[in-house]
Design a protein around this ligand. Structure first.
Ligand code: SF4
Ligand code: SF4
Length: 71
């Protein structure tokens, strides 16, 4: 049985903040570190609280957040 979880690809993030605004649980935070393009990527430290609603995936213009299948 496969389940879904969120996968954030930090190198694609441009720090626009759209996903943070779209999350009904305010789970996405901006990291202190920077990616190779000089942006602070978002992360999901409390992933167990994520409902997998997909709002953040829909609004990200850079496809930096995707669903990942886990077994
Ligand atoms: S899938 Fe929904 S609950 Fe989970 S981080 Fe994205 S917007 Fe928040
Ligand atoms: S919407 Fe995408 S590019 Fe913008 S901060 Fe979120 S993950 Fe990064």
């Amino acid at each position: 049985m496969k389940n879904l979880q969120l996968l954030i690809i930090p190198e694609r993030c441009k720090e626009c903040g759209l996903c943070r605004d779209a999350c009904p649980k305010q789970l996405l935070i901006t990291e202190d570190n920077i990616n190779s393009s000089g942006y602070h990527p978002v992360s999901l430290p409390n992933a167990e609280k994520c409902s997998l609603c997909g709002n953040c995936i829909l609004v990200c213009p850079d496809l930096a957040i995707i669903y990942e299948e886990v077994s």
